[in-house]
Write a protein that binds this ligand. Structure first.
Ligand SMILES: [Zn+2]
Length: 152
C-alpha cells in the first residue's frame, strides 16, 4: 500500500522532528552565506550537533524552535491537551540543551542561539539587523548569546 505521505512531506516532518534543515535554519544559512560567512553544518563530533559551525571563529549557532526549546516568548503556546506530558517533554529538551551548551563552552566553543521568533512572527528582527547582530557576535562576541537579545 502506498504511504499517505509523499517523500517530500515525510522529509519535511522528519526535519521538523529532528530540528535539522528547518525553514528558520535555512533562512539563517542563506543570510550568512550571502554575507560571506562559511560554515559547516550539523557537525556530529561536537556536542548537540550544532546547526552551523564556524571553526575560524570558534563559534557555533543553533537555530531553535521556540516551542521545542522552551523559549519564554510570545510563540510559546502550550497545547491544550496532555499539557503535563508536553511540559515534561519540553523541560527535558531544555535541560538537554543546557547540558550541550555547557559542554561546548568547556571545549572552548562560543554558542549563539537564534530563536525562531527572531525570524518570524510579530517580534521578528529586520533581516539587516539580524545579520548585523550575528556578524558582530561571530567576529567579537561573548561566549554565549541569544537573538533576540535578552533584555538586561
Ligand atoms: Zn521565541
Amino acid at each position: 500500500m502506498t504511504d499517505v505521505h509523499s517523500e517530500a512531506v515525510r522529509g519535511k516532518n522528519m526535519a521538523a522532528i529532528k530540528g535539522r534543515n528547518t525553514k528558520p535554519e535555512m533562512q539563517v544559512r542563506k543570510m550568512l552565506h550571502k554575507a560571506g560567512f562559511r560554515y559547516r553544518l550539523h557537525v556530529s563530533r561536537l556536542p548537540g550537533k550544532p546547526d552551523l559551525v564556524f571553526p575560524r571563529y570558534k563559534a557555533v549557532i543553533f537555530v531553535q524552535g521556540c516551542f521545542w526549546h522552551q523559549h519564554q516568548c510570545a510563540m510559546l503556546h502550550w497545547p491544550k491537551t496532555r499539557t503535563d506530558w508536553w511540559r515534561q517533554k519540553i523541560s527535558a529538551n531544555r535541560a538537554h540543551d543546557e547540558a550541550v551548551q555547557d559542554k561546548l563552552r568547556e571545549l572552548g566553543w562560543r554558542v549563539l542561539l537564534v530563536w525562531e521568533c527572531a525570524l518570524k512572527g510579530k517580534n521578528k528582527l529586520p533581516p539587516v539587523q539580524l545579520i548585523g547582530d550575528i556578524s558582530n557576535w561571530l567576529r567579537a562576541g561573548s561566549s554565549f548569546a541569544e537573538l533576540p537579545a535578552v533584555d538586561a
